[in-house]
Design a protein around this ligand. Structure first.
Ligand code: UD1
Length: 314
């Protein structure tokens, strides 16, 4: 039976991938250094995974963890635009050097395929919408650049060493287990938890920036398809819903879902932010047979329910 290794598997997206693999009866190994992940994220299926606490920056330990693995789903990263602006070297170590380590360890161990969590932030602030994979990238934050460097390493490892790699450019993923507690947390986790506590959400800028918010189960689906599709090797795919919504509209929808009337507080725009983001997902649909099955509003409803429970326990 194949062994799947999920790096960053105690994090938000990683733990959702792990859960699905476990539900499908797969053998799963998880590594995480808890820089942004939590063991709590694995609680309900902890005894069904081989968990190892380690940092992908530690190549010797990583090599041991990769032994015998067939597929790597590489989610470990410091996943924040503003944090990369404040600490580019720390982010670079995790996001670029860490990714190089994962690829090298995979190549050395004869892993079948590495699926890499790339980012739509590589597109930067170019005017063209929707974003297509063939567009020229022009990142405007260290994070966008780093995530793009990871993709380039993946493609190089495919062509130079014959290691099968696939890069998935995620667009603003949200859903259960996204940690709302850091100033770097994803916007929806911050809005939902603030508004559930009766607080006004803080919008950086005028709220007219838009994102292609993607419910996490769609991203899980794309990862599993990318492991096995013969048309995926050495390629880059957008993973999103192919739609966009402004932050002002998000607040309106949340007020409706929660039965509240909370007005946003507007603060200055964040450095490194892009204005609009929306994906063309044709390539993933055609090559991976990816279909986003949970749309924005349904995903938001599911996420609100999850945070209600989470906040009761906190
Ligand atoms: C997000 C991801 C990044 C991913 C990228 C891909 C997170 C934390 N970051 O970056 O990993 O690669 O999408 O598209 O998930 N905002 C507020 N109020 C808040 C927090 C944020 O108004 O309390 C605004 C931000 O200024 C920004 C927008 O919401 O304009 C989205 O911010 P954020 O959720 O941090 O995501 P991205 O920076 O788009």
């Amino acid at each position: 039976m194949s062994i799947y290794l999920v790096t960053g598997g105690a994090g938000f997206i990683g733990s959702n991938i792990v859960e699905e693999l476990v539900n499908q009866g797969a053998r799963v190994r998880v590594i995480d250094n808890f820089s942004t992940g939590h063991l709590e994220n694995l609680r309900t299926f902890r005894n069904r995974v081989d968990f190892r606490e380690l940092d992908i920056c530690n190549l010797a330990d990583l090599k041991k963890a990769v032994e015998g693995v067939d597929y790597i789903l590489h989610q470990a990263a410091i996943p924040s635009v503003p944090r990369s602006v404040i600490d580019p070297i720390g982010s670079h170590n995790a996001d670029v050097t860490g990714t190089l380590h994962v690829l090298w360890a995979a190549k050395e161990a004869g892993v079948k395929r590495v699926v890499y969590a790339a980012s739509s932030s590589a597109y930067g602030d170019s005017e063209q919408l929707p974003k297509e994979e063939a567009m020229r990238v022009s990142p405007i934050s260290p994070y966008g650049l780093m995530k793009y460097m990871g993709e380039e390493y993946c493609q190089l490892f495919s062509s130079l060493y014959g290691l099968e790699t696939v890069s998935l450019r995620y667009f603003n993923v949200f859903g259960p287990r996204q940690d709302p507690n850091s100033q770097y947390s994803g916007v929806l986790s911050r809005f939902i938890t603030a508004m559930l506590s009766g607080q006004r959400p803080v919008i950086f800028g005028d709220g007219e920036q838009s994102r292609d918010f993607t419910y996490v189960s769609n991203v899980v689906q794309a990862n599993l398809l990318a492991c096995h599709s013969s048309k995926a090797i050495g390629k880059v795919f957008n993973v999103a819903c192919g739609d966009r919504i402004t932050l002002n509209r998000v607040v309106e929808i949340l007020n409706r879902l929660l039965g509240s009337h909370l007005e946003p507080i507007y603060e200055p725009t964040r450095t490194g932010d892009i204005k609009h983001s929306m994906a063309d997902i044709t390539l993933a649909k055609v090559n991976l047979k990816y279909i986003p099955t949970v749309g924005f509003e349904e995903g938001l409803r599911l996420t609100v329910e999850w945070y209600k429970d989470y906040m009761k326990k906190a």
